[in-house]
Design a binder for this molecule. Structure first.
Ligand code: NDP
Length: 465
């Protein structure tokens, strides 16, 4: 590890102070400065604790206070979005874009529309995105944006007017080589289409400034599938380290949006048993495992009719648990949380491990609380944090950018093959930096270390600003 420090220019060596970064002191100071941002502090804490040692192996990093510059976003835009609903009433929402870090490529990260959106959540997501994008091996920096606008219950015209008003402001800050947004919770193909359309009108040019676009205007095949499929590919890599076959394994999934649905689709193809799906109102169980026909009806209900799990469960005569999350409702082998942050708490994690679950692969970003992660690591189960396991989505976004730049379109098979290679590569990086002496792979440490090193070296090489 000393090799990099040795290779630094003399001027850096002469300036070395020998001071070490102390994770707890750094976190206490961050807590003092941003006391009202719990999700952001949670995400930073998880990373800092696991990279403290490797950071201190490169004294030149501390010499330029790299850790603070890496944790605090490059810049944040916040703005009011005014739009008119179908009754003619003028409504306002907040809009944000957090441009976290562009040391290794243009800012890149999704846009979330959900009533819970605030700056703390977007700062955590942008921070995570920086490490995730670094892991993908593609040249992308980290960003995230969004609004506390909820598309649920709004007409298409209302969603369109909101997207246009949001983009009117955001369009000044993004660009194909500057910052490339994509979808996230509440932002799917419809919303990306409206935002891209308005961006194009404002800028008077057709560039790949969004990913997740429709297939007829520059979108990549396999982008909708990529996060869910990618998570399953990552899981397969983890299972292979233990010689476990996915066939007939019982999998609990949370969520029933983009990520959850494509996770279920791929699992069914591989012969696994999908035991649950959920939304923010409750969980539907599949006691015999979901069938292909049940999947197709759920897909239609969710994607085309934007329906609720409660209605689906009633139509299918399946057990439904109002207000409940899946984790303690049944026995299963594998958990794939794919809804939102902090959706598995410490108690649920303990119950999950005690119930015999041996693998957790995160489709959502930071779905497990700090206490839950501690339970998984203590039990030494196969545990993949979101920044590794769900990186397939942004990876195919990177492939969409490459196709747009070349004005070419790859086949679904080509994209899928590249996605599988990237997920294998991310898995290898996690093993390289996360394997402990007893053979256990700490994927949290592995993902954080690999993601960190690339960004940190690039930042160091580019100087202080
Ligand atoms: P969608 O909006 O398509 O689906 C989100 C799902 O999660 C819905 O079923 C929604 O239920 C549920 N959900 C949302 N908020 C909550 C909440 N507070 N409590 C319980 N359930 C909730 O989003 P995606 O599938 O795109 O995203 C899911 C997760 O995956 C997010 O954490 C996202 O950041 C992450 N992710 C997404 C990527 C992508 O490519 N789309 C890439 C990488 C990560 P309801 O309909 O009731 O709101």
């Amino acid at each position: 590890m000393g090799g990099f420090a040795m290779a630094l220019p003399r001027v850096y060596k002469n300036q070395l102070t020998g001071k070490k970064m102390k994770a707890q002191e750094f976190l206490a100071e961050l807590q003092r400065r941003f006391p009202n941002e719990p999700e952001y502090l949670q995400a930073v804490e998880e990373v800092i604790e696991s990279i403290e040692d490797v950071y201190n192996e490169y004294p030149a990093f501390e010499n330029v206070n790299l850790i603070e510059r890496l944790c605090i976003p490059d810049r944040i835009y916040s703005f009011r979005v005014s739009w008119i609903d179908d009754k003619g009433k003028v409504r306002t929402n907040m809009g944000y874009r957090v441009q976290h870090n562009n040391a290794i490529g243009p800012y890149k990260g999704g846009i979330r529309f959900h009533s819970s959106v605030n700056l703390s959540i977007l700062k955590f997501l942008a921070f995570e995105q920086t490490f995730k994008n670094s892991l993908t091996t593609l040249a992308m920096g980290g960003a995230k944006g969004g609004s506390d606008f909820s598309p649920r219950g709004k007409s298409d015209m209302e969603v369109m007017r909101f997207c246009q008003a949001f983009m009117q402001e955001l369009s000044r800050h993004i660009g194909a080589d500057t910052d490339v947004p994509a979808g996230d919770i509440g932002v799917g193909g419809r919303e990306v289409g409206y935002m891209f359309g308005w961006y194009k009108k404002m800028q008077r040019e057709f560039t790949g400034t969004f990913t997740g676009k429709g297939l007829d205007f520059g979108g990549s095949l396999m982008r909708p599938e990529a996060t869910g499929y990618g998570n399953v590919y990552f899981l397969l890599n983890m299972l292979a380290t233990k010689g476990i076959d996915i066939k007939d394994k019982k999998v609990a999934i949370s969520g029933s949006g983009n990520v959850a649905l494509y996770t279920a689709e791929k699992l069914l193809k591989l012969g696994a048993k999908v035991m649950s799906m959920s939304d923010s109102e409750g969980t539907v169980l599949f006691p015999e495992g979901m069938t292909q026909e049940q999947f197709e009806r759920l897909f239609e209900h969710k994607i085309y009719f934007r329906g609720r799990c409660s209605e689906y469960a009633a139509n299918e005569n399946l057990p439904y648990y109002s207000g409940k999350r899946p984790w303690t409702l049944m026995k299963y082998d594998i958990a794939m949380p794919s809804a939102t942050q902090n959706e598995i708490n410490g108690e649920e994690a303990k119950a999950l491990v005690d119930g015999g679950c041996f693998a957790v692969s995160e489709g959502a970003n930071m779905p497990s609380t700090r206490e839950a992660v501690a339970e998984f690591l203590k039990a030494k189960i196969l545990y993949a944090p979101g920044k590794a396991a769900n990186a397939g989505g942004v990876s195919v976004s990177g492939l969409e950018m490459a196709q747009n730049a070349q004005k070419m379109k790859w086949t679904a098979e080509e994209v899928d093959e590249k996605l599988q290679e990237i997920m294998k590569d991310i898995h290898e990086q996690c093993v390289k930096y996360g394997k402990t002496e007893d053979g256990f792979v700490n994927y949290v440490k592995g993902a954080n270390t690999a993601g960190f090193l690339k960004v940190a070296k690039a930042m160091h090489a580019q100087g202080v600003f």
